[in-house]
Design a protein around this ligand. Sequence first.
Ligand code: HEC
Length: 435
Amino acid sequence: MRLFSMAVLCGVVPLWACGVGAPKPTYHQNIKPIVESRCVGCHQPDGIAPFSLTDYGQVSAMAASVKEAVVSRRMPPYLAGPHCAEYVDNQRLTDEEVQSIATWADNGVLEGTPTASTQAVENGAPQGLTRVDMKMSMAEPYVPTQSPDDYRCFVLDWKETTKRYVVGMNVVPGNRKIVHHVIAYLVGPDDAAKYEKLDADTPGAGYTCFGGPGGPARSGWLGAWAPGGIAAMYPADTGIPVLPGSKVVLQVHYNVQVPMQGVDDLTSIELAIAPEVKKRAAIIPWTNPRWMDAGGMPIPAYEPSVSHAFSYDPSGVLGWVSGGALPGGIAFRVWSAATHQHLLGTSSRLEIEHADGSNECLLDIPRWDFHWQRSYGFSRPKIMRPGDKLKISCQWDNSAQNQPVVNGEKLLPRAVEWGEGTTDEMCLGVLYVSE
Ligand code: HEC
């Protein structure tokens, strides 16, 4: 709120509120560094955003909506709320940056003088894989058939013949205009045939899937990517074990706003792998298994505010949830966290309830948006010991106003439960953990 009033004051009474003689922000000195580090990853030619913000002309022409988008915190689309945890690649604008953009937009969008020293602000994010040992691609290009959203899964063969550890993953979207997000699921050798069959039984490349890889069996995660995201080596000395005969299922969410003709995609992933690691890791799901039973997670029709929460000590089930990568009963490190809901979700939260009664926030998403899900890596890993509980909580709005539009029509509220479909819901935590 303070932000709003400051920005308004500066606009209306610039002399008093902003100080006589205080230098007004200019594009080159104040705005460009923010836009380059926080916006152009998506707002560039061939980026996922519908327009570019790569020079003064473009940014100043959009100044009013740029201001509105950052003041409302709709842009950049970074869902993690403040006051919870510190993340390595925090994309959230500081209050000062938001204020700087607002003041600039309200004060004649001054250009200023280009200086050679104006550079994109380094945000300290991990930059890319340090090496690429393996590349896996979709077998053939895919042409989306649904608009605006097409969710498709592709089954890729894991060719290594001995146990290996994945220590880093990068997604290379084939067509950045339409690839909205990618999740790489790991399917063990015992279940590989089931996914191959699913693929073979569906005409064309891959098969339709939404809330998961769509398969009949359990699967882990290798990693995920959304526009603006960068490749990352996994935390030092950690890696996810992969057995020979496994499959990687790539779930690609296509968002097709452009004319569909001739639009296709061939996405691939790059991996860094190692024969051994010091600390075994896994990306574990965290949820209440009862929610998956019939009637287990009711979200009644027309209810504007529904909550479900679950808190449990994971140490006893760690072996199971990590697919055998980690033993149970140990203290372990949590390196990153994500939550996953579908289209009716409004907010979600993950926290540790320590045995000593203290609470540690891992991730707070005050305004869930299915389109911008990603995981958030901690600046320092969180430690969980046997006796600590991991809590996930989610909220939904199932009122008539908040229904998804499918094929141009707003759906009517209906009783919703857990499921993988677009109109089902989930409340899932996804955490990168290691020994
Ligand atoms: C992760 C990708 C991404 C980043 C980063 C990003 N945008 Fe966007 N932006 C989009 C997309 C995609 C749209 C189209 C609408 C949508 O899907 O929400 C959009 C729409 C907009 C709009 C149109 C109006 C609106 O609010 O929807 C404005 C203005 C905007 N962005 C400004 C910015 C600014 C300023 C930044 C940096 C501070 C930024 N964006 C960062 C992807 C991004």
